[in-house]
Each structure stands twice: as structure tokens, then as C-alpha cells.
Unconditional design. Structure first.
Length: 387
């Protein structure tokens, strides 16, 4: 078999044409090349390969005479009496294979199999069934009839559905500044908290794990005309704010509710990005007389780009999946100004009894969401390398 690089000992410069190399406990005959004196001359320096040594040079190894082990000098006489003037040490990968059903393999397959089963049952099968349903006409009880692109044309020509997509864009205009601003405040605040930082972080997560229905019912009372917020404004300034009757204020109210629910979670994500920034960079910036605003815009925010992109992605997904808050607080009004695609899908499927049309709506929403996320990544994502 051809040799892989030099196979002779570079210390004793032996030039045996048929050198034996250790291979998984057995020996294999391999041809050798010219002798080398140093690792650099042997061509192994900087290549990740270990240089080759005579077996007799290492007293810890088997073989070699007792005098050779004591003196550390090369020896050509080994315990079995055979003359091996250059038995090289080059440990090759063992040919012994791991048992295909080892304990680690069984544990790994069981853990991965549980998730794959969950994905297949609750994600893969419903998705393929939804794709099949979107090109048919079905009303829950009759047999589905293939209709081709009819549902797609109906979806793209539905003014209420298009209005719901535009409402999501309006919602993002309110939601993103509030969510990002609040998350940055939470992140920088946690960095300056001394003791009890874990408890404070846990408190910020309580709103995220709370029931969306319960939060919506509470804030529906808060923003009502007789709620505590309007009562305070009327008692002090003599005015009432029509939170749920004005199209712009209604969307702002929903954005405040959703931001209050997720701002703590977003803040913890940004806080993890703050912890990953080396302090030496800030020290160097102070030596260059960089002010707080310069450090924020030139160091902190650029180096938090992965976390900011994660928050932006979550915000887009939350916006296109919005249902509970507008459904309970405003009911989609006034004049469909707060209706969302999820509300349209629900109404089309269960009130109009058109599940095929609703299936096509859900596919269009998924494609629009995916496209918007990819567009945001293309525009704002930057690679951060911490040397």
C-alpha cells in the first residue's frame, strides 16, 4: 500500500525500504522514502501530523531491550529476537467499528425519534393535508373537489384579506419601536442590577408566560371609555381618549398590549448579547475618548446584531400570528382597521364554512411571513466576529 507522507524515523535516519508501522495492534508493510533529520525536514511541521519516531527511543513503549529503555538510545534488538532496526510509531485509526446498536446510539435515536414523531404528527402531516385542501373545494361534510388555482385567485382578490395584511404592516409600525425600545431598557437595566438579577429576570418573563386571553380581558377594561386610564384623564384634564373607537388609537392599544407581553422576553435576548461583548472593547473606546452615544451606536448595537435580528424575526412572526388581542379587545374594528390574517382565516373557515379558502389564506400568510423575514435578514443582518 502507498505511504501517507514520510514513514521513516527522522531521528535515527534509518532508510529501510520495508518499514513496519503499528496499525490497530497488527503490523502492515509499507514502503518508505528518504530519511529526514528534523520534523520540518520530514514535512510534518504545521500539517497537524505527528513526526515518526523509533519505537526503541521511547522507554514507555513496548518492545526494545532493557538497556535501551534505561538509556533511551535506539536499539535494533527487540524481545522477540527479530531485527527491526526502525519500527516506527505512527498510530493509525483502529479498524474496530462501534456496535450499530450501542447504548449511546439507542439513547440518541430515542430522543431524536420523539421529536421527529411530534414534528411528523403535528407539523408535517397537517401541512401536506393543508396544501392538498387548498386546491380543492370542501365544506366539512361533502367530498373534496379539485378546483386548481381558484382558491388562490379568490384570496388575492379578497379586499378584506388584503386589508388584514395591511393592518399587520400598520401594527409593525407601532409595535417594533415600542418592543425594541422596551427590550433595550430591560437589557441595559439588567446589566446594572447587582443582587437578585435572576429574580428580576424571572419577573420580566411572567407576562410572557401569562394567558393571552386573561391579559386581553384586563387591558380591554383598562382601555374602555369607563376604564381606569380614561377615568384618570377625565378627572385631571377633563378628556377621554377613544382607544377602541379610533382606527389609529385602537391599533396602538393592541401594540401596547402585545409589547407589554413580549418586551421582557426580548429584553433577556438582548441582555445575552450584551454579556457576549468583551469589556476590553469598551476600555479601548474610552481610551480613544468615545462618548456614550458613540459606544452605543458604533460598538454595542453593531455587536448585538444577531440578537437584534432574532428579536426582529420573533416580532414579525408574532405580528402575522396575532389573533387573541384584537379579537377580544376590538373584535377587528372599527371598520376592520384592526382585523388580522388569523382572524380572517378563522372567520372564513368556521363562520363562512369555507375551509379550503381558509387553507389557501394560511399558505399565503406563511409565504408572506417567510418573505418578509428573509428580506429583513438581507437588509439588516451582519456577521459579527469576536476575535
Amino acid at each position: 500500500m502507498p505511504s501517507r507522507g514520510p514513514t521513516e524515523c527522522w531521528r535515527c535516519r534509518h532508510e529501510d525500504r520495508r518499514t513496519r508501522v503499528a496499525r490497530g495492534g497488527s503490523f502492515a508493510e509499507v514502503p518508505t522514502t528518504a530519511a529526514y533529520r528534523t520534523p520540518a525536514q520530514a514535512g510534518v511541521q504545521g500539517t497537524g501530523r505527528k513526526p515518526l519516531f523509533c519505537l526503541a527511543l521511547d522507554p514507555r513503549l513496548r518492545g526494545g531491550t532493557a538497556s535501551a529503555r534505561r538509556s533511551g538510545r535506539p536499539s535494533s534488538r527487540f524481545p522477540n529476537g527479530r531485527d527491526r532496526r526502525c519500527l516506527l510509531l505512527r498510530k493509525l485509526p483502529s479498524t474496530k467499528q462501534r456496535a450499530p446498536w450501542s447504548r449511546e446510539a439507542v439513547i440518541g435515536l430515542s430522543l431524536a425519534g420523539a421529536y421527529l414523531l411530534f414534528t411528523a404528527v403535528f407539523w408535517a402531516y397537517p401541512f401536506f393535508w393543508l396544501a392538498k385542501l387548498s386546491v380543492t373545494q370542501w365544506r366539512f361534510f361533502d367530498e373534496p373537489v379539485f378546483t386548481g388555482a381558484r382558491n388562490l385567485l379568490m384570496t388575492l382578490q379578497d379586499p378584506q384579506f388584503l386589508q388584514s395584511l395591511w393592518n399587520v404592516v400598520r401594527f409593525l409600525g407601532f409595535y417594533l419601536p415600542i418592543a425594541f425600545g422596551g427590550a433595550l431598557v430591560v437589557a441595559f437595566g439588567l446589566r446594572h442590577v447587582g443582587r437578585g438579577k435572576g429574580f428580576v429576570a424571572l419577573c420580566f418573563l411572567l407576562s410572557n408566560v401569562s394567558s393571552g386571553v386573561a391579559l386581553s380581558l384586563v387591558f380591554a377594561k383598562v382601555f374602555s371609555s369607563t376604564g381606569p386610564f380614561n377615568t384618570m384623564l377625565f378627572d385631571n384634564f377633563g378628556v377621554r381618549v377613544p382607544w377602541t373607537n379610533d382606527p389609529t388609537l385602537a391599533m396602538l392599544a393592541i401594540a401596547l398590549v402585545v409589547a407589554w407581553k413580549f418586551v421582557g422576553y426580548y429584553g433577556l435576548i438582548l441582555y445575552s448579547g450584551l454579556l457576549a461583548i468583551p469589556k476590553e472593547i469598551y476600555d479601548a473606546a474610552r481610551l480613544d475618548h468615545a462618548g456614550p452615544w458613540t459606544r452605543l451606536t458604533r460598538i454595542t448595537l453593531p455587536m448585538m446584531n444577531p440578537q437584534l435580528m432574532m428579536v426582529l424575526t420573533f416580532a414579525i412572526l408574532v405580528s402575522f400570528g396575532l389573533f387573541t388581542e384584537p379579537f377580544i379587545i376590538t373584535g377587528g374594528g372599527p371598520s376592520d382597521s384592526t382585523s388580522t390574517p388569523q382572524m380572517m382565516i378563522y372567520e372564513t373557515a368556521f363562520r363562512r364554512l369555507q375551509p379550503s379558502h381558509a387553507a389557501m389564506m394560511s399558505i399565503v400568510v406563511a409565504l408572506v411571513t417567510y418573505g418578509l423575514v428573509q428580506l429583513a435578514r438581507r437588509l439588516f443582518e451582519r456577521k459579527v466576529v469576536l476575535a
